[in-house]
Design a protein around this ligand. Structure first.
Ligand code: AMP
Length: 978
């Protein structure tokens, strides 16, 4: 059988429905057998009986194929080699798609024992076309190609198989089809590689890219932003083996003035703008802007409108605010030199919400104006005010001030136009009118009615009067030697009725007007008016006054009584509100802050205001009556930094407590003496009120002495007393009665200078820790207080002298408690029975004598502070005078337990005994010396005590005296009778 003929028959009419799938644009074809037509020029080996080329007409066009069908012969080895296929260097991986028909071996019957149904695909690389030279050995096998389906005669089943030839490295290659005895016809061979096509993704362009090979599944490709787009990082993308783009990285965005349209960036249209690089679209121009041209980055503001630096370009342009309205200056009620400026917000805010205000102050003297400078204070501040008001303080009276308030917004700095409102104002402190003639309206044995006039017309409501009166002394010239008392009344009217006076007595009156802010004017001349002798009341009243006059007086009396209840709760009319020891001397007189209707005025008058920012609190050093006391630093610009004590007012105080707290400053502020604690100032204008005084490093005197028991000489102690006496002399010269002079109220500085402190007004009555309630309702520090002050509250400088005597005793006894643990009642009883404290141990006799003088029952016999200072000065000038020691009774010099155990039984141990005399620091000295029993103690002499190591003379004496006392077991507590 001629199989060649069969072959022809076989493959004739093969072309049928052969559909060539159109090439995808991502495939780059290197070789296409169909396209080449008859010009294939493929090489066959062997020349004879090998692959043959066939031809077939399909639908009018000729199709070529290679076929072979040597099924009956053994050991077939027929090669069909393509032409040289060149490839681009990136195409290392090519696809070979084959369309072929394989004849079923069974259709050849018994003749086809050697028949095969597969063929092999081979490839061989080369850098150049080697023409017709063909060597099998140069080929490597790529695959065995088996048909999915074999065909029998008349039945043409076309197989399509694609194989990959990889890792191509040379410039080109050949493919070869090896037949080993099959009946096969190859109709089409197409060789191609895959490409990721050039693309634009997310505004980035990527070039056409050959798909990766097997060892490079994803090929990274760098791209570039399209025109007018930019990106922070270079855009990248990956090309898969299948020629698909995946995972673009790095986004390109259209430039300012451009927006994305499709895959390009286009200029913004007129009337639109884009200010930033973004993927957003252009925005229409905002309000109050001029229309923009194409490709605008922003839209410029219309004339008269502005954009603040921090405003985004997308925001509307805003106008300037209009000036503040209704600017007003209100004089604050309580504060002198202070006014409140307030205004209404501008009508037109220019479309903005960031309106602030600033205030400029000018002071005008006549027509010349100058900036007020730093002196004027603003609360909360003068610039950047969010609210529509500001408090201005530290203004001077009578000056004209011009305040200009400007409304500002974020765009104000962009224009020279100012939105201001101005107000002229002056603080008119009306000088109080001068009081001229004072005359008697009426008198009776116990009352006087007076009235007076003023030099010029004063507003009756705004003017108040301060009236002072006292009894005229019989011996008026010698008055300076005594303490004279005044009664002070603050009145709303220019007339007064005073009752409860002594008949047939001459009274001296002086009056001064007070300005609306509490500023006093000058005093009138002192004038005398007398009460009538007793028994004349009815006659005089009947004769002089009609019913209407009676009513008037009753009204005045009621008014006065009410006023006196308000202002003078502490004393009767005879008591000292302020006393003047020497009217002739031009001495300053202490002014009771309670005579001020508004105590805040007194603080303003006597204490300077400190800004809290100048104060630094460092540490709590004590607990005052109103709050903690701190040590701190005061740093006022232009002044040296100073250590200060800061008294604070605890939160939750009432207005009354605040006033009481600050009243101490009103008092202290009136004093200036090296032995009186110095007031630096107050903080009253802020929430936390404070009193700032000089800092006293060694704290309270009683504590200091206890801590330095026995360590100071009599000379040093007397030096301290001299300082306290000098301070008290100053106070009494100013007619100030302290009422609570005690070592606990004396402060000691680092130079051991003593200063009198504690000028609280309320404490004597209410909060005195040592105080005891008296029948009259007050609370009095019994141990320190003179009997007449306890009995009928006669507080005078003479009662302060008594207290000074007690302070002397405290000092000389190193802070011992006066009268030890006797009760207040026992103390009062003992004093009334003429007993007095005994001399402290080691106290110079002259000092003890002075104490006893201070404790004279008759207050007029007590020395004055002036005398005390002179005497102490004398003692200090001749220290020998301190050598004579007062008689000392060991039984009473140390507290009772020092002579026996607390229950009255003898001490059991040395330690117990030492503790009782507060000398336990020497316990070790005793035990080391082998003194372990009280029997041994009783045998000790002064040298023995020194020998065991007690060196301080005070301690030596204390121990020696205690031993003396222990030996005298007959002791009972008694105080010295004088
Ligand atoms: P006072 O409220 O005045 O009784 O003060 C309470 C305590 O604070 C006093 O006992 C002192 O220990 C301490 N203290 C008060 N003022 C000062 C000061 N100026 N210097 C040092 N310590 C002070």
């Amino acid at each position: 059988m001629d199989y060649r003929r069969i072959k022809r028959i076989l493959f004739v009419n093969v072309f049928i429905n052969c559909i060539f799938i159109s090439l995808q644009n991502k495939e780059e074809v290197l070789l296409d057998m169909v396209e080449s037509g008859g010009e294939l020029g493929w090489l066959t080996w062997p020349d004879e009986d090998g692959w043959e080329i066939g031809q077939q007409a399909v639908n009018g066009s000729l199709l070529y194929n290679y076929f072979i069908c040597n099924v009956e012969a053994r050991e077939q080895d027929n090669w069909l080699r393509t032409t040289f296929i060149q490839r681009p260097p990136t195409a290392t991986r090519v696809f070979v798609e084959m369309r072929f028909v394989v004849r079923d071996c069974n259709s050849f019957g018994a003749d086809s024992l050697t028949c095969k149904e597969t063929f092999n695909l081979h490839a061989s690389e080369a850098d150049a076309d080697i023409g017709t030279s063909f060597r099998k050995g140069q080929f490597r096998k790529v695959a065995t190609i088996a048909p999915d389906e074999v065909s029998s005669i008349g039945d043409m089943r076309i197989n399509v198989e694609t194989r990959v030839v990889e890792n191509l490295a040379r410039k080109g290659f050949y493919l070869a089809f090896q037949d080993i005895g099959a009946c096969v016809a190859v109709y089409s061979v197409k060789v191609y590689y895959k490409m990721c096509p050039a693309t634009v993704k997310s505004l980035a362009g990527f070039p056409e890219t050959v798909a990766g090979g097997e060892n490079q599944a994803l090929r990274e490709v760098a791209g570039a932003c399209v025109e007018n787009a930019e990106s922070e990082e270079q855009p990248r993308i990956y090309c898969t083996m299948d020629g698909e783009w995946v995972v673009p990285v790095g986004q390109c965005q259209c430039r300012r003035g451009y927006e994305a349209v499709g895959s390009a960036c286009q200029e913004c249209k007129p009337g639109f703008f884009k200010a930033i690089v973004s993927s957003e679209a252009c925005e229409p121009c905002p309000k109050n802007t001029q229309p923009s041209g194409p490709g605008a980055l922003s839209c410029p503001c219309q004339e008269g409108f502005f954009r603040a630096l921090e405003d985004p370009l997308t925001a509307a342009c805003s106008g300037l605010p209009s000036p503040p309205r209704n600017l007003m200056a209100t004089t604050a009620q309580i504060a002198v030199g202070k006014l409140q400026l307030s205004w209404s917000p501008p009508l037109d805010t220019g479309g903005r919400t960031d309106i602030t205000y600033s205030v400029v102050c000018e002071r005008c003297d006549g027509s010349a104006c100058q900036p007020c400078g730093e002196k004027v204070r603003y609360e909360p501040s003068s610039t950047d005010l969010k609210g529509a008001s500001v408090a201005v303080s530290e203004l001077e009276p009578h000056l004209n001030y011009t305040f200009t308030v400007e409304a500002r917004s974020g765009v104000s700095c962009l224009s020279s136009h100012r939105a201001t409102s101005t107000i002229n104002t002056a603080l008119h402190y009306t000088d109080p009118p001068k009081v001229t003639g004072m005359h008697l309206v009426d008198n009776s044995p116990t009352s006087l009615s007076l009235s007076w006039s003023v030099s010029r017309r004063a507003k009756p409501i705004a003017t108040r009067y301060e009236l002072m009166y006292r009894k005229k002394e019989k011996d008026e010239e010698r008055r300076s030697e005594k303490v004279t008392t005044y009664t002070v009344l603050v009145l709303e009217k220019n007339s007064v009725h005073i009752s409860d006076l002594t008949p047939s007595t001459v009274y001296l009156f002086k009056v001064q007007a007070l300005g609306p802010e509490g500023h006093p004017g000058s005093h009138s001349v002192e004038q005398e008016f007398s009460t009538l002798p007793e028994g004349n009341t009815a006659v005089i009243l009947g004769a002089v006054l009609g019913g209407a006059a009676m009513l008037f007086i009753v009204a005045v009396v009621l008014l006065l009584r009410k006023r006196r209840r308000n202002t003078h709760t502490r004393q009767g009319p005879e008591d000292a509100y302020f006393s003047s020891p020497e009217q002739l001397k031009p001495l300053k007189t202490y002014v009771d802050p309670h005579t001020y209707e508004d105590p805040n005025m007194a603080v303003l008058k006597f204490a300077s205001e400190i800004h809290p920012s100048h104060i630094t609190k460092q540490k709590v050093i004590g607990a005052g009556e109103f709050g903690e006391v701190f040590r701190g630093i005061l740093k006022i610009p232009g002044r040296k930094e100073a250590a200060v004590a800061i008294k604070t007012l605890k939160p939750g105080y009432t207005e009354k407590q605040r006033q009481d707290f600050l009243s101490e400053a009103s008092i202290m502020g009136q004093f200036s003496h090296p032995n009186i604690i110095h007031l630096e100032g107050v903080v009253t204008k802020f929430k936390h009120a404070m009193i700032i005084t000089e800092y006293m490093e060694n704290g309270a005197l009683d504590r200091y002495l206890k801590d330095h028991d026995g360590e100071m000489s009599s000379f040093q102690l007397v030096g301290m007393l001299r300082g306290i006496a000098a301070g008290m002399k100053y106070l009494s010269d100013m007619s100030y009665v302290h009422r609570d002079l005690a070592a606990r109220n004396i402060l000691v500085n680092s130079n051991l200078e003593c200063k009198v402190s504690d000028f609280g007004l309320s404490r004597v009555l209410e909060d005195e820790p040592e105080g005891t309630y008296t029948t009259s309702g007050g609370k009095i520090p019994i141990r320190w207080t003179a009997p007449e002050a306890i009995a009928y509250r006669k507080f005078t400088s003479a009662s302060d002298v008594w207290s000074f005597g007690i302070v002397m005793w405290e000092v000389m006894a190193f802070g011992e408690r006066p009268y030890w643990d006797m009760s207040n009642h026992e103390v009062m009883k003992a004093i009334n029975e003429a007993f007095r404290l005994p001399a402290p141990m080691d106290c110079p006799s002259a000092v003890y004598q002075l104490m006893l003088q201070c404790w004279q029952q008759d207050r007029s016999k007590r020395p004055r502070f002036q005398d005390i200072v002179s005497l102490l000065d004398k003692l200090l000038k001749s220290p020998d005078s301190l050598k004579t020691i007062a008689d000392f009774d060991p039984r009473v010099s140390i507290r009772l337990p020092s002579t026996s155990g607390s229950d009255g039984s003898p001490f059991r141990t040395v330690t117990e005994w030492l503790e009782s005399i507060k000398m336990s620091q020497y316990s070790d000295n005793f035990s080391m010396a082998g003194i372990v029993s009280m029997e041994q103690v009783l045998q000790m002499k002064s040298e023995d005590i020194r020998n065991i190591g007690v060196r301080l003379p005070g301690h030596l004496k204390r121990i020696a005296y205690s031993i003396l006392g222990l030996k005298d077991q007959t002791s009972t507590l008694s105080v010295f009778a004088v």
